[in-house]
Design a binder for this molecule. Structure first.
Ligand code: GAR
Length: 195
């Protein structure tokens, strides 16, 4: 029987993607173990969800910048992740850009989920950008993280049609449902060397 892949999750918000990964690990449809959840937001729901599920979790202060980790914080994140034994880092709504030392510490091992069909609509509130643009289909993308913003190699995409009756809120709800299906199934394929 193959060993479970060890993953850590970074998130800043509600943790619905994290929860879908944790549930897939519990059901063994994703043969992985979540070793640690870190948030840059002290009161983030993702930390409570991890607590409820009995998964190690911690807030680590991101430091003085708004959109990235400062050097001290970056070193603390890397140390905590390495100490947890994580082989892969899955971003699940982590709203900071990771750079240099972090990406070198986990070379080609950082994955992200983004709420649009990249390369269209990178950046913040991607579902709203797509809705406002007037696209007829959108969706979500699982990709490797590189030095750009939402530019790494695409691993999988899920398509969500835009309905006549949609508001940006209802559209985003369906994108999130698709995210919760796509993220665990893509990681399962990745860890089984099927991608
Ligand atoms: C998700 O929709 C994810 O795609 C998005 O944040 C949300 C987090 O929700 N990420 C980005 O926009 C990254 N560019 P969650 O905390 O409930 O998983």
């Amino acid at each position: 029987m193959s060993l479970k892949t060890k993953i850590a999750v970074l998130g800043s918000g509600n943790g619905s993607n994290f929860t879908s990964l944790a549930e897939a690990c519990n059901k063994d449809s994703l043969r992985a173990k979540i070793t640690l959840v870190i948030s840059d937001v002290k009161e983030a729901k993702i930390l409570n969800r991890a607590k409820e599920l009995g998964i190690p979790n911690k807030f680590i202060n991101p430091g003085k910048f708004r959109t990235k980790l400062d050097d001290t914080a970056e070193a603390a994140y890397i140390k905590a992740l390495k100490d947890s034994g994580a082989q892969w880092v899955a971003l699940a709504g982590f709203m900071r850009i990771l750079k240099g030392d972090f990406l070198r510490a986990f070379e080609q091992k950082v994955i992200n989920i983004h709420p649009s069909l990249l390369p269209a609509f990178p950046g913040l509130e991607a579902w709203k950008q797509a809705y406002d643009y007037g696209v007829k289909v959108t969706g979500c993308t699982v990709h490797l993280v590189d030095y750009g913003i939402d530019t790494g190699r695409i691993l999988a995409q899920g398509v969500v049609p835009v309905l006549e009756s949609d508001t940006s809120t209802t559209l985003y709800q369906r994108i999130q449902e698709e995210e919760q299906r796509l993220y665990p199934s893509t990681l399962a394929r990745l860890f089984n060397n099927k991608i």
